[in-house]
Design a protein around this ligand. Structure first.
Ligand code: FES
Ligand code: MG
Length: 569
């Protein structure tokens, strides 16, 4: 250990008498009933996020205990501390509004409290991005541990998992083919264990991205939440955090342009969540790393989808784990990866992949020669309707809609959508394009409203997919021909705000464009009358509205993105 203060001596507030400050802190620490011996050790913080409003983190107490066990066994003092916890379905108006709050909480508590390294335990959609954003900015040695995915339930001989099957069953209920009694049964069979959503939704995608970046221990992303190996992974993460105190490997050395590119490859091969793009952009932005949309599309066009999981394919996260998990996927992707990136253990990706791999279930993790799809799951769009960009998940969309031109049916906001979408008099046909305005970051905190329901009268007539366009996000567990994250959003005067019922819109996945076929002079005339929605007057929402960036910048707060050198504690 060097001479610089470590353990409980870090960051002592000093009003002229340093020894008194040290004496006082130790005296208070003694009140926790810890021996002076242990209090003299280096400290590993454990950012824990239990909450009775976060079902995905139900196993947090035993994970904290297992991490602590690992820290103690390796000779350091574990100190768990809480931060904000974000449970996806319990937050209003949307969990996305609070991701940056959690990132700030995480960053500031890592730096304000005396710890030499930190284990971050998250799981639900926004929590892992928030923790990685905070850790990247704090730049103290850090390890990400995830709570792990749920296991599946059973319904009439079929496996069910949150929450692609939630949507599938609900769509059939809306269309009239699943009755009230059955949907009530299904309700109790979708989320049957602790853990995060059982498919390749946002939480699972971010867990895999954390591992691809090198911020989690190898092989830990997909271990089911209730599997004994999840606790072993937690113990190992505690031990690894103690090693990090000696190696001093920092997030800024692990999250680099190359590891971010590797993470994008993994995102494509997983056909992962569209939300992961916003989150990865925000994490990378904390370190001044930006991957332009052209590069993103190049990676997408070169990287096949190899993992056959819902919402795009068939399997669940438990299958991905049993099939070989991230190790097997990375080995398959090896020719496309930057192999000189280093993980939190200081090992290069080449070294990791040189180690012998185990058996691989080729039905779930396909060989490069027999992919689920020859190109990546996601594409970045541009065009007159989205001058700063938009995202399309081609792997989860109906290919017949890739080249579409249609008449716009416009909803001016979330309320308008819920009021009129099922109106039997709504003037809408199957080949129309549904447009939702004012659901972007400024307007609404960017909720997962982009998965507009198929109007009931069309659903009943058998329509399963339509082109839908918005400045919102969609759940990583959702699917459809859906253009998301349109930027600039309508609420800041983007061209999306100018769309009117009956305008023609063209989507071309081949050209990676979405265009409003209205002449530019007319668009400008319509936008001249634009007034932004009123600003919230106080509190966090006011801070959010004043400082949140658009989707292509990761929806981070402008004052939290990279400024010069990373912070050091
Ligand atoms: Fe937490 Fe899906 S609700 S991961
Ligand atoms: Mg989700």
């Amino acid at each position: 250990m060097s001479d610089e203060p470590h353990g409980l001596d870090r960051g002592l507030t000093n009003y002229g008498d340093r020894d008194f400050a040290r004496f006082l802190r130790r005296s208070f620490a003694r009140s926790m009933g810890i021996s002076p011996d242990l209090l003299a050790k280096p400290v590993v913080g454990i950012a824990m996020t239990p909450s009775d409003f976060n079902n995905c983190h139900r196993t947090m107490p035993e994970l904290v205990e297992a991490v602590s066990r690992g820290v103690l066994a390796a000779g350091a003092l574990p100190r768990a501390f809480p931060t904000v916890s974000l449970g996806e379905v319990f937050l209003n108006p949307t969990s996305m509004m609070y991701r940056n709050l959690m990132a700030m909480d995480t960053e500031e508590m890592i730096l304000a409290q005396p710890m030499d390294a930190v284990v971050l335990i998250g799981g639900c959609d926004k929590t892992v991005p928030a923790q990685l954003m905070g850790a990247a900015s704090a730049d103290l040695p850090a390890i990400q541990l995830v709570t792990g995915p749920m296991s599946t339930g059973r319904h009439r001989g079929e496996r069910l998992g949150a929450c692609t099957d939630c949507r599938g069953y609900w769509a059939r209920h809306r269309a009239g083919s699943v009755d009230a009694e059955e949907i009530a049964e299904v309700e109790g069979r979708l989320s049957v264990t602790a853990g995060t959503c059982a498919v390749m939704g946002t939480a699972s995608t971010m867990a895999c991205i954390a591992e691809a970046l090198g911020m989690s221990l190898p092989g830990t992303a997909a271990i089911p939440a209730v599997h004994a190996d999840r606790l072993v992974a937690a113990e190992a993460s505690g031990r690894a955090a103690v090693r990090l105190i000696a190696t001093k490997i920092r997030p800024s050395q692990v999250i680099t342009e190359k590891s971010v590119e590797n993470a994008i490859r993994v995102l494509m091969a997983l056909s992962g969540s569209t939300n992961a793009i916003v989150h990865l952009t925000a994490i990378a932005g904390r370190l001044g790393i930006r991957i332009p949309p052209e590069r993103f599309n190049q990676i997408s066009d070169e990287t096949p989808v190899l993992v056959d999981l819902k919402p795009v394919g068939q399997g669940y996260m438990e299958d991905f784990h049993a099939a070989g998990g991230m190790g097997a996927l990375l080995r398959e992707l090896r020719p496309l990866l930057h192999l000189d990136t280093r993980d939190i253990e200081g090992r290069t990706l080449a070294e990791r992949l040189d180690a012998p791999g185990g058996w691989v279930d080729r039905a779930v993790i396909r060989p490069f020669s027999d992919p689920v799809s020859p190109v990546g799951g996601l594409v970045a769009l541009s065009g007159s309707l989205a001058p700063d960009g938009a995202i399309f998940k081609r792997a989860a969309a109906t290919p017949e809609l890739f080249e579409s031109e249609g008449r716009a049916v416009v909803f001016t906001g979330l309320e308008d959508l819920s009021r009129r979408i099922d109106d039997p008099d709504l003037d809408v046909e199957a080949d129309d394009i549904l447009v939702l305005q004012n659901a972007g970051p400024h307007a609404a905190g960017m909720p997962e409203a982009g998965y507009l329901p198929i109007p009931k009268k069309l659903a009943r007539a058998g329509v399963k997919d339509m082109v839908r366009i918005s400045d919102a996000r969609m759940s990583g567990t959702a699917f459809g021909a859906i253009v998301l994250h349109v930027a600039p959003e309508a609420a800041v005067g983007g061209p999306l705000a100018a769309v009117r019922d009956g305008d023609r819109i063209r989507l071309s996945i081949r050209d990676k464009r979405v265009d409003l076929l209205v002449e530019p002079g007319e668009v400008a005339r319509r936008l001249a009358g634009f007034t932004p929605p009123p600003m919230p007057e106080r509190g966090y929402k006011a801070l959010y509205r004043r400082t949140v960036t658009q989707a292509p910048e990761g929806c981070d707060f402008d004052f939290l993105t990279h400024r010069g050198a990373p912070r050091t504690p």
